[in-house]
Design a protein around this ligand. Structure first.
Ligand code: SAM
Length: 333
């Protein structure tokens, strides 16, 4: 791996999350919050600009890109862009995180073009609760599109934000869901990111509790290989006798900052080196400046990534409060 993107803690950035829009067609309580203002269209990075950034990022050692949002499929032309990006960077892991409400018509084309890994957000298996949490009656569409992705041979990870009083009573259903399908059902601890999300320490359904409860419901064996990278974000378990797996991601109770390999670029072209920090490096104006452009952006990324913080230290300092004021929908998760 390229040495240039190593930070002062010895971590190497190899994974870039790129948000293509801050707009979403759902209003998940834990993510969007109220009173949203959206980035004007002229400030959103154009697809050609994102490709330029990706060219540079691959030269610096990025081997994985994940597109996120807002909801990426809300942006016009996103599926075509994704297919073009997969063709342009054939050796690179190209993934997408989506609420799966709009992916249906694109699944087959994406699957055959090399976009084979999709993370789908689904916080409940109860259609009415889905409506309450997301603000929209789209549960059936999401469920159908999960099946469509599986049928197309995609690697599907379903992510639920683990929230007390919301979905902590649904573990038996989630385990059955994963037992009967070849997918990973992962629980992500509710994170104190954004304002007005209803977050408090008490609202976090903690990973250790999830695992203890799940172990009482099914025989779980730590998975080998991908999904259980030592020190990586997810701890994943095979369900004995089942097709799928259960996983937990514990950014709140058991941080994985020591092995963080991520950089984030928001839809308006801000670089974020840590999810738990409001610090941003503004790339868009530099990228669009006729005398600066990519070489100057590259210098900023090199310098910023050297100073990437240890997010858990920010979390410790801000205990009981939101650590980052920007809503998750604007960062991309
Ligand atoms: N619209 C897409 C989706 O629904 O997956 C992509 C954007 S969404 C911001 C990316 C991920 O962030 C989702 O898996 C979502 O559940 C997660 N997320 C949002 N707010 C969160 C929070 N406060 N704590 C933990 N995860 C959160």
């Amino acid at each position: 791996m390229h040495k240039l993107l190593e930070d002062n803690h010895g971590r190497k950035a190899s994974y870039m999350r790129i948000s293509v829009t801050d707009r979403c067609n759902l209003r998940c309580t834990y993510c969007a919050g109220e009173g949203q203002e959206f980035v004007p269209h002229s400030d959103i990075l154009r697809y050609e600009e994102i490709l330029e950034l990706m060219d540079m990022a691959t030269r610096l050692g990025m081997v994985k890109f994940r597109f996120t949002g807002g909801e990426p499929f809300v942006r016009k032309g996103f599926a075509d862009f994704l297919i073009a990006a997969a063709a342009r960077f054939p050796g690179v892991d190209m993934c997408v995180t989506t609420n799966a409400t709009l992916i249906g018509e694109h699944v087959d084309r994406l699957a055959s073009s090399g976009v084979r890994r999709v993370n789908i957000s689904l916080d409940t298996l109860d259609p009415e609760k889905f409506h309450r949490v997301t603000g929209f009656d789209k549960y059936d569409v999401v469920r159908a599109n999960i099946d469509r992705c599986l049928d197309a041979g995609m690697v599907v990870k379903v992510n639920a934000v683990a929230m007390k009083g919301i979905n902590d009573g649904e573990l038996p259903g989630f385990i059955e869901f994963a037992r009967s399908r070849p997918l990973d059902m992962r629980f992500i601890e509710f994170m104190p990111v954004g304002l007005e999300t209803g977050w408090s320490d008490h609202s976090v359904w903690k990973a250790e509790d999830i695992l203890a409860q799940a172990s009482a419901l099914a025989e779980l064996v730590p998975s080998g290989g991908e999904g259980n990278v030592p020190g990586g974000p997810a701890r994943t378990f095979d369900i004995v006798g089942g097709q799928g797996r259960i996983g937990v991601i514990s950014p709140y109770t058991n941080h994985f900052c020591n092995t963080c390999n991520r950089l984030r670029v928001t839809s308006d072209g801000n670089l974020r080196t840590c999810l738990f920090s409001d610090k941003v490096y503004r790339l868009r104006k530099v990228l669009r400046h006729p005398r600066l452009g990519i070489p100057a952006v590259e210098r900023i990324i090199l310098c910023a990534s050297r100073h990437k913080p240890m997010g858990y230290k920010l979390l410790e300092r801000m205990v009981g409060q939101g650590v980052c004021k920007t809503r998750m929908a604007s960062i991309g998760g």
